[in-house]
Design a protein around this ligand. Structure first.
Ligand SMILES: [Zn+2]
Ligand SMILES: [Zn+2]
Length: 117
């Protein structure tokens, strides 16, 4: 699949949307191609640390908003700082969103930092 200018622009907007939403089920599919999202109902579960609605510190809020992990254990290993005990929550991603987020590097590491994509 080739990546045109238009694709990389919409990818960036899409990622911004995910970061803005924070956690849990409210993935901004509106920013993705909804026709495609509707066709492909298969979703992939990813894991994030929950900071909204908890007593997390500033570092956690910033970190948890941008980091998405493939596995619960990976999320657990990549906390904002030692002693962070924020709950780990599941988030559903469409296959399209998953593909956009988890390129080769992120798949190898097991997590993606939205600030770096
Ligand atoms: Zn913290
Ligand atoms: Zn935390």
């Amino acid at each position: 699949m080739d990546v045109s200018d238009k694709d990389s622009r919409s990818r960036r907007n899409f990622l911004k949307g995910i970061a803005a939403v924070g956690t849990a089920a409210a993935v901004p599919f509106g920013l993705a191609d909804h026709a495609e999202a509707a066709k492909k109902k298969k979703e992939i579960i990813v894991y994030r640390l929950q900071s909204r609605g908890t007593v997390s510190c500033k570092a956690c809020k910033l970190h948890h908003r941008f980091v998405i992990s493939l596995k619960r254990e990976i999320a657990d290993k990549h906390r904002a700082h030692p002693g962070c005990n924020c709950p780990i929550v599941e988030q559903k991603l469409s296959r399209r969103a998953f593909r956009l987020l988890f390129a080769a590097e992120a798949l190898r590491l097991g997590f993606v930092d939205l600030r770096k994509v």
